[in-house]
Design a protein around this ligand. Structure first.
Ligand code: 5GP
Length: 233
């Protein structure tokens, strides 16, 4: 239950400390952003990173082919299936999932390095991966982005013109399945107007920094100091 989780977390923190890390609140937040294909996540992320310095966007590995305008190492690391499976088998991925015939996975090293530097790291991944991340990092913040309506979703997917009608239909079907899991996320972001949505996302992430679980060192010190104040009287 939750008591076990708290215990577990304390152990993780003392491990970090013994490695020379002193204040947990300098650690960045892990943010998972999911949403239906065509929800406008890409544009949102781009805008968030343009406006604020404190974010790092994780670049996933995938076995799908690059779309026009996509570059290896920028949107994704485009790998063969063998290369992908090698990474997976060497435990270099935080999570991975199969999405409409292709593998997608999050390389571990970059994420852990950036978080340790105090950056808030954003993973733009689908739901199976999101749930795996939440298990592995219970403090992660899970955001779900959706367009205002199903109709609008289809309009955007068709309008983007990057996929064939078969792929669009497969992605819409997948969206219907993913819609089942939306409650697993911490917050919903309705991407009606990009500007408002970016600001809301930024605020939610910043608020997460104030959670007590990110300030256990401070809380511990406060508790100790209060105890000693009491002793003196
Ligand atoms: P797309 O092919 O449109 O770039 O991505 C398809 C889906 O895969 C999107 O929902 C995207 O968020 C998800 N995705 C991208 N990278 C990863 C990843 O590393 N892990 C998981 N689980 N999903 C990912």
């Amino acid at each position: 239950g939750s008591r076990y989780r708290i215990l577990n977390r304390n152990i993780q923190i003392s491990t970090l400390k013994s490695q020379g890390e002193h204040t947990m609140n300098q650690q960045g937040i892990l943010v998972v952003v999911s949403g239906f294909s065509g929800a406008g996540k890409g544009t949102l992320m781009k805008e968030l990173l343009r406006r604020y310095d404190n974010y790092a966007l994780s670049i996933s590995a995938t076995t799908r082919k690059p779309r026009e305008g996509e570059e290896n190492g920028r949107e994704y690391f485009f790998l063969s299936e063998e290369e992908f499976k090698k990474l997976r088998d060497e435990h270099k991925l935080i999570e991975y999932a199969k999405y409409v015939n292709h593998y997608y996975g999050t390389p571990k090293e970059y994420v852990e390095e950036k978080m340790a530097q105090g950056k808030d790291v954003i993973l733009e991944i689908e739901i199976q991966g999101a749930l795996k991340v939440k298990k592995r990092y219970p403090e992660a913040l899970l955001l779900f982005v959706t367009p205002p309506s199903a109709e609008e979703l289809k309009r955007r997917l068709v309008g983007r013109g990057t996929e064939s009608i078969e792929v669009i239909n497969a992605r819409l079907k997948r969206a219907a399945e993913e819609a089942d899991g939306m409650e697993a996320y911490d917050y919903l972001l309705i991407n009606d107007e990009i500007d408002t949505c970016v600001e809301k996302m930024h605020q939610l992430i910043q608020l997460q920094h104030e959670k007590t679980s990110y300030h256990l060192d401070f809380l511990g010190k406060m508790r100790e100091d209060l105890y000693h104040l009491d002793e003196r009287n």
